[in-house]
Design a protein around this ligand. Sequence first.
Ligand code: GLA
Length: 685
Amino acid sequence: MSRPDRQHSVWGRVPRPAYGADYNPEQWDAATRKDDVRLMREAGVNLVSLGVFAWSWIEPRRDAFDFSGLDEAVELLHASGIAVDLATPTAAPPLWFSHAHPESLPVTADGRRLAPGSRQAYCPSSPLYRERAATVTRRLAERYGDHPAVVMWHVNNEYANGNAHCWCETSATAFRTLLRTTYGDDLDALNHRWGTGVWGMTYSDWSQVTPPRTSTSRLPPALWLDFYRFSDAEHLACFRAERDIVRAHSPGRPVTTNFMASALRWSDYWRWAREVDIVSNDHYLGSEDPHRAAELAFAADLTRGLAGGRPWLLMEHSTSGVQWQPRNIAKVPGEMARNTLTHLARGADGALFFQWRQSAYGPEKWHSAMLPHGGEDTRVLREARDLGNAVSRLADVAGSTCPPATIALLLDYEAMWALELPDRPSSDLTCGDALRTWHRALWTAGLGCDIVAAPAPALDPASAPASGAHRLLLVPSLYALSAATARALEAYAESGGHLVVGPFSGVVDPDDRVHPGPYPGALRDLVGLTVDEYLPLAAGAAVGLDDGSTGNVWAERVVPDAGTEVECRFTDGPAAGGPAVLRRGNVRYLATRPDVPSLLRLLPRWAAQAGCAPAPRGSGDGVEVIRRSGPSGERSWLFAVNHTPSTAHVAATGTDLLSGARTTGVIAVPAGEVAVVEEGGTGPR
Ligand code: GLA
């Protein structure tokens, strides 16, 4: 039987499941490098990201390219059968460049130009930077574009991590150019949209328009939002330029850049996802996060959503401790494997670590790696070898997908930017918290979900709206939205979709201007109510609901329209006696933020009413059960991930690919372990 999507796959010759790490041979001598590939093979490594920060290694002085080290590394890896995900090194401009062109360095909002000396030291709008980035990219692509070891390309590294925005003069000029296009060269239009009449800050000449630099007091929120859009577009332009050079010289090899989907907020990854051949993500769990398993599921679900449900790649995670966290807490035995297999369960076709060999010097020497300082006989390397072996048994799973869930959770980056600006009614009301809380409740209730973009107002085939498969669309937080997007949500509900809208949604347009009429302007007709007053709660305060639920952060004084049903009321707090949960047909509105225990009661009920078939992808008892299947469902694999300290019993019939054991009816998954059962069949294979 063939593997699910092997033919004509965008993945080309990328080994799947991919297993490996960032590899930094420039930190090591020749003997160590030889040892590296030997140990990589023993650990089952089949793909490494090479050269991520190697610009000064390959171009130590302007135009003086020296590829000898990289050539040797590529050949060494190739000879050992390890494929290369070759990086353009443009996240780390060399010092010769930064010192020759200090105007390429980023400038902070208060006008300080950052000093060279670390990575990400560039302004994305700098033509000088872009020119040198294009040159080094071209030289790399010409040299290695058809090298058989190079199976994919890794452009830059975590765009907008560390230099998300730049306030320099070059940025100011580029920002103005973009604005002149956006506003049809009409300064009055810009003044109107930004509301500059407030405090008399009306622009009378384009030259007065600058990025939102530190000033005496607040700046127009719409200026911030356009600036965020501008910064994101500039980083994306850098990516596109390098990608196109690579594509021209290296056809047939997928190009990616590593996202930080659940950690970074400055990239509208829905846009970025359309630009990469393979969606890849970096994910670092907070070692002290009490909800680590749910957070892992959130990151993986989000990345799968960005990939449009197609397989994706975990480009980086950690084998153990992470040095930039306050305490470098080690993963417990088995945790690395469990985390890795959880990502695979949720649609990843491979998992790589940062990094292969733990640095002996530099800022990241206390970051874990596959090969620790202690060398060959260390717990982490032993576990990495076992994991390599386990991953290699999942070859047939690669290319399969998680069937669409019936529940979708909406994430809109621009609405998040708008909600999290200063001068909002409550600094506790963040978008990220709401999404995670709702996702965690679904996960705990054992309800799978997909994370989706806001439905596109026009027919935009590239966007990823809730599809017909999604019977229930959850919108925990959507402060800013256009009237057109609101209409798209109406269309979703009119077509029979069930919708749940969280508080303080539909309030402003994409310029942060309050929609006309009573709240929630853009969604008023859809939800069938008006909000008389928004009532933020004091820090740590909670409100009771008459169904036993608890809300926090927020309450609203709501007046239902005729025909809108009040499902439950506040029992105390500033809106005591008033509606807390309302329903109009298949649309619900919440006037507070229910806590997780409350959502745990509410969401399964609403899911059942929406006719969502139970498709478990998480479980309150700490055992996740997730299915991946081939395109026509002819083959399927059940991942059972046991996060608990005792053996779990999961219904499954088939062969556990990890242990080789045949199971009929129920499989016992030991504490902390994972089973991957190829379903079906009747006897041992
Ligand atoms: C990021 C970077 C890596 C490395 C890791 C350490 O994700 O991409 O180069 O610095 O963090 O956690």
